[in-house]
Design a protein around this ligand. Structure first.
Ligand code: FAD
Length: 406
């Protein structure tokens, strides 16, 4: 089986490739070749190029600054960008563009859309996600951050945690309890909060790798205007769930490209160390190959549904479970191949704690060891593996629901 796209898609692919050839340096080999200031400068500069070309939010309507492109064109862009190893934005863009922007397009008022969407794209507003709390992660409906109406504004008190890129953000979309008397999923609202105020304090959390990509966010009489509610007061649960659909369903087109690139790099590492002839290592590498192929076919299945106009449903849990569990195994294999060198990691470190190291990254021990450490988090964020299994069991397979505490 070798599924291919039609002639129309291939013509568009030529166009995207021509754009990349024109805009990227002639010796470009992927963002992983850059480090430090050079890396940060490139990411910002490239974001501007994407913004000016309509490729930053290819699927958004043109009236809000998007590219107005068809689902097929969006897929081709995602694939070609992943193959070229270029970023699709900054750390906050996944929250601003993919999650909040897409959610506002569905739930936002005309005023919210025309105010926020262009500001997200211009980079003036940089967003982060305020869902999880110390006592509300998998059981998000237990969240306790209080928002009380006082005249024309909400007053917020409480705490969020694990807020990725919160230290780089100007705004946070926040789930807050606006009716403490209502049943737990019914008294929640989805609020848009400016972080540049004295009532908001961001404290970084140190990760297992030593980096600090996520944070605690404390609200002490923080405020936001009354009309900064998305989807209506006490209707936040429905809005929050549709946003998670955008979080979990993304990247069907690009996951297998990134993970294939990473596995090819591991094969190279095994060969450099003469371990590609070791029968046990070969067996584990072959298992990884099979998993990445499964990822590719799962991606095609999701893409077929996407192109037919369906939003990702509960079976997005299969994709999430597959890549995150695979990633723990493949990075453990990398550490075994490195042997004692894994104890003294050196060379370039990954620039992000999410998923694979950057495309084009050198085969340094620091790259693999940090990615190994970060892979632990992949089975937790965007819904833990146990929660994905519950979703698959209950909502995809139709098995009886697990008993809930009464
Ligand atoms: C790197 C990283 C980045 C993150 N970024 C963000 C962010 O930007 N914004 C944000 O809001 N949150 C973020 N999170 C938080 C993430 O969404 C939560 O960590 C996740 O939902 C799990 O919640 P928890 O940590 O409270 O664990 P818990 O829910 O307390 O779970 C603890 C353990 O119990 C298991 N468990 C819980 N319930 C069940 C059940 N019903 N059945 C079976 N097993 C169960 C879980 O699988 C887990 O193993 C991030 C997390 C990480 C690791």
């Amino acid at each position: 089986m070798n599924p291919t796209y039609g002639a129309e898609a291939e013509a568009y692919r030529d166009k995207v490739q021509a754009f990349l050839a024109e805009k990227l340096p002639s010796d470009w080999a992927g963002i992983g070749r850059l480090e430090g200031d050079e890396l940060q400068e490139f990411v910002e500069r490239w974001r501007t190029v994407l913004f000016e070309s309509g490729y930053l939010a290819p699927g958004w309507p043109v009236e809000y600054g998007g590219g107005g492109l068809s689902p097929l064109e969006q897929v081709i862009i995602a694939e070609e960008f992943a193959r070229a190893g270029v970023p699709t934005g900054t750390a906050n863009d996944v929250f601003g563009i993919e999650m909040l922007g897409n959610t506002l397009l569905v739930w936002g008022t005309e005023e919210q859309k025309s105010y926020y969407l262009p500001r997200i794209l211009s980079g003036e507003d940089r967003w982060c996600q305020g869902y999880s709390e110390p006592n509300a992660g998998s059981d998000l409906g237990s969240l306790a951050l209080q928002a009380t109406l006082d005249g024309d504004q909400w007053v917020l008190n409480g705490q969020k945690i694990w807020t990725s890129a919160g230290h780089l953000a100007t705004h946070i979309f926040t789930l807050a309890r606006t009716d403490p008397e209502a049943p737990k999923h019914k008294g929640i609202s989805f609020l848009l909060v400016d972080m540049h105020q004295s009532g908001i304090e961001v404290r970084p959390i140190r990760m297992i790798s030593g980096e600090s990509e996520f944070n605690e966010v404390f609200y002490t009489d923080a405020t936001c205007p009354k009309d900064h509610v998305v989807g209506g007061i006490n209707n936040g649960w429905a809005v929050a769930m549709s946003l998670l659909g955008f979080e979990r369903g993304e990247a069907a087109a690009t996951l297998s490209i990134r993970y294939r690139g990473e596995l090819d790099r591991l094969l190279q590492l095994a060969a450099e160390r003469g371990l590609d002839r070791d029968p046990l290592i070969r067996q584990r590498l072959a298992w990884c190959h099979a998993k990445v192929e499964i990822m590719r076919y799962l991606g095609m299945r999701t893409l077929t549904q996407f192109l037919a106009g369906h939003h990702p449903g509960p079976d997005g849990a299969i994709t999430k479970l597959n890549w995150s569990e695979y990633h723990r195994v493949v990075t453990e294999l990398a550490v075994d191949i490195l042997g004692p060198d894994a104890l003294t990691p050196s060379g370039r470190h990954p620039s992000t704690a999410f998923q694979t190291d950057d495309p084009g990254a050198p085969n340094s021990s620091a790259s693999w060891v940090d990615t190994f450490l970060h892979a632990r988090a992949g089975t937790i964020y965007a819904g833990s593996s146990q929660i994905q299994r519950n979703i698959i069991g209950e909502m995809v397979l139709g098995l009886p629901k697990e008993p809930r505490p009464g």
